[in-house]
Write a protein that binds this ligand. Sequence first.
Ligand SMILES: Cc1ncc(COP(=O)(O)O)c(C=O)c1O
Length: 387
Amino acid sequence: MREKGEPAEAVLKEIEARLSRDLTFNSGKILGSMCTSPHELARQVYAKFLEKNLGDPGLFPATAQLENEVIQMLGALLSHPQALGNIVTGGTEANVLAMWAFKNSRTKNGGEIIVPVSAHCSFDKAADLLGFKIVRVGLNSRFQVDVEEVRRAVSPRTVALVGIAGTTGLGVVDPIPELSEIAQENGLLLHVDAAFGGFVLPFLKELGYEAPEFDFQLPGVCSITIDPHKMGLAPIPAGGILFRDFELKRKVTWRVPYLAGGETEQSTFVGSRSGASVIAVWALLKHLGREGYRKIVERCMRLTWKLAEEVRQIDGLDIMTEPVTNVIGIKSESANIKRVAEALRRLGWAVALFPRHIRIVVMPHIREEHLEKFLQDLKRVIIELKG
Ligand SMILES: Cc1ncc(COP(=O)(O)O)c(C=O)c1O
């Protein structure tokens, strides 16, 4: 920092110039991200209420009330309007909080959590922080967790199971009804990571797609992660953690004295946190309603299936598995998939590379014309790599 400041316009100009190198969602080039361009209403609301701090809810009781209403609305979306929870920084914090609550409810001395190999790395972070041992379980031919392997992995040290509703790699859904049964039979806790799928799966049935069960309707499900800043179109940071009952949430609740708004409780990892995020999510849930979100999912799913069909037509390429949500894994028998991804990136396409596939997430910012251009480039890349 210099001794003397610069005029605001000069700083803004420099920022514009410096950030022009960043990709934008509007370009249609970001095909591999689970985040998207925030909805216009959410942008306006977010910018307007930047000073709200839910770390000190005594100062902002009305904002805290909106958070309760958001949790109620998300709970209703997940078949349990009485669920309790918070809007947090993202799926990582939500997953860590669930594991933290599990730890405090069952054991103070570690223990094991059974996690699919497809799980997001936030569970590794949680295990490291909390002293859990992770027991990894393999997948079946549809890239869902292998239920028989889960059964075999349960031991006297097991504390909890994790299932994923919308995996990071392929957007598929683990057999949560079976995991719920195993959890109940063995007295285990079950967390469902629906960070991505939470805003997609509730609408699939009405749209005529296969709609796997994953939510609080299943009696073994104790907590769910659902992220408004992914398919909920909210600005970052906005993750969601929902607990089935008060007992579990209480395990991650701390009294916090000495605040300007008076003594309070916090149930999040962070202290000071964005009230603007919460208000933006509230605004979107009210504005879009189920119908609005269903329409968004309808478009994303239609484009996803179209893209899947077109990729299958390209000689040398195939998809990993039929899409369940708006995610596709592209694989190749003839070309090295890493080299395909590198060539696509050189052409400006931001695709996500996994060990055996390229992940495309057909988020709301992606239009048909973007996919057409992408397919042209993909075909070209495959021909060039073959040559
Ligand atoms: C299934 C799943 N869970 C959790 C996360 C972590 O979310 P965040 O990046 O918001 O912390 C992700 C991120 O993509 C995810 O795909």
